[in-house]
Write a protein that binds this ligand. Sequence first.
Ligand SMILES: [Zn+2]
Length: 182
Amino acid sequence: MKFCSECGYSVSLRIPPDDDRQRHVCDDCHHIHYENPRVIVGVLPTYGSKVLLCKRAIEPRKGFWTIPAGFLENGESTADGASRETWEEARAKVGECSLYCVFDLPYINQVYMFFRAEMSSDEFSAGPESLDVALYEEQDIPWSELAFPVVTSSLKYYYQDRQSGVFPTRNEVMLFKRPRNG
Ligand SMILES: [Zn+2]
């Protein structure tokens, strides 16, 4: 951040009184610009024994498979946001959403909240952000072509929990692995 969104003046990084970390503070109006993690919501849509995956039409990870997910919008509940993303990316309607996986990604300041939900029908199609959408049985999941570690983890939890039929809410902190010499 370079300029104050309130008045347009320059900002400086400093620790405000009664705070314990640096913030962008306006040099003129002294507005403190707090920046906090963003929330990504999504659904692991199921239809009987199958799971619905979307092939990404956009970067990052274009051409790789994911579950429908995206940024939570202002004024929206997490479950509603997850259902909305499922419609936008997979043109699929889902029933009640149950919170399933919460992933913390502190290195990129993101929180993922994935729900489980049964599709209302087997109707689906690719939305504008998907190249393809398909229902997969467990043995056909394209493990080597999944877009993100959070997707891989969610599917592993799902197939593990499905054996018992009990789906506890999972929470995992994902840490950035720096490339060697990177
Ligand atoms: Zn200002």
